[in-house]
Design a protein around this ligand. Structure first.
Ligand SMILES: C[S@@+](CC[C@H](N)C(=O)[O-])C[C@H]1O[C@@H](n2cnc3c(N)ncnc32)[C@H](O)[C@@H]1O
Length: 325
């Protein structure tokens, strides 16, 4: 399936912000770490870190200890993930080192200097053009610079039970049960081996096991999602990686169940959903998905599966079941 207009727009936005950074950050010291921008890391030939897996590269929950003379950060999405990344990266600067943070105005880069004024001796916007900004920070102080300090402890309410639940900044549904996931699980009948594609903190994986799955494999591209699924649902096998690459040599499964991602950064992106649908018939007998009503998923499912039916709906979501038989 080809990339549609939404997918292309997400790619173009990333390229625009990364080009801004490449033009601004031309002379960085040798001991530089680039976070969350592979194009920039490639252009500069530096070490790279991201919690996210992409292609063959597997994400890491926390950056290497360094120390680094310069660190660059492509602004993550969401206030708490921004806070965690800035604290993590500020904590690996060498004495006199500099942290550069950049992003586009609509992503919240404007508020970054104020957000971290208590955590750096100096933090200022040093460039502003093409609707992007570059912020320079030095003299880190008062940082929470270990992953353990960012662990969020919740109580998950599911199936009339309260379960202790661990999450980290930026994980889906913030340690709770999302409405779409709840709709998907409501009355769901499962059997045999199941793959939870895009597991987040493991809510769906826990629900699948509670509904009688013999075995659940869970995948996610975010190293922190896998970290929390391993804590929350130790009975599931959790694999870190970008989409199908996480389970290349695993399966087949009786079923694949997913509340799939439909965004990349701030933009809508159906690329992963399409790859899930395309590959699923080769890896399992059936696929059950919950998606927002406006996502044109029926067309894509029909191209790949023999039978497709709508199992459930709410005012915002549809649950689809597709089968190879
Ligand atoms: C809508 S959330 C669903 C989370 C969880 N299953 C639930 O229902 O609470 C989608 C998940 O897909 C993950 N994801 C995004 N891109 C991915 C990729 N390329 N490969 C695997 N997982 C990905 C996200 O990190 C997120 O945890």
């Amino acid at each position: 399936m080809k990339k549609n207009r939404m997918d292309k727009r997400a790619d173009l936005h990333e390229e625009h912000v990364s080009r801004f950074a490449r033009e601004e950050l031309t002379e960085l010291p040798e001991a530089t770490l680039v976070a969350d921008d592979e194009r920039l890391a490639e252009a500069l030939g530096t070490e790279f870190w991201s919690r996210w897996s992409s292609g063959e590269r597997v994400g890491k929950a926390w950056p290497a200890a360094g120390p680094f003379d310069a660190v660059t950060l492509r602004l993550p999405k969401g206030r708490r993930p921004i806070e965690m990344a800035v604290h993590a990266l500020g904590g690996i600067l060498a004495p006199g080192g500099v942290l550069y943070i950049y992003g586009s105005n609509d992503e919240g880069i404007r508020s970054v200097p104020k957000m971290f004024s208590d955590h750096f001796d100096e933090i200022d916007t040093v460039s502003y053009r093409q609707k992007c900004r570059l912020v320079r920070a030095s003299g880190p102080k008062n940082l929470r610079s270990s992953l353990a300090e960012w662990e969020e402890r919740h109580e998950l309410q599911m199936d009339n039970r309260a379960m202790p639940w661990v999450s980290y900044p930026g994980l889906f549904a913030k340690g709770g049960v999302d409405d779409a996931t709840a709709l998907l699980l409501d009355g769901l009948e499962v059997h045999g081996s199941v793959l939870d594609f895009g597991c987040g903190t493991g809510v769906l994986s826990a629900g699948l096991l509670a509904r009688g799955a013999d075995r659940v494999d869970s995948i996610d591209a975010d190293a922190l999602a896998i970290e929390s699924t391993r804590i929350n649902v130790p009975e599931a096998q959790a694999y870190l990686g970008d989409g199908w690459l996480a389970v290349q040599d695993k399966g087949p499964w009786d079923m694949i169940v997913s509340n799939p991602p439909v965004h990349k950064g701030v933009a809508e992106d159906y690329g992963l959903l399409k790859s899930l649908i395309e590959q699923a018939p080769k890896r399992a007998d059936s696929l059950i998905l919950v998606v927002q009503r406006q996502v044109p998923v029926y067309r894509w499912l029909e191209e790949s599966f023999r039978t497709v039916s709508r199992l459930k709906e709410s005012s915002r979501f549809h649950v689809w079941q597709a089968s190879v038989r």
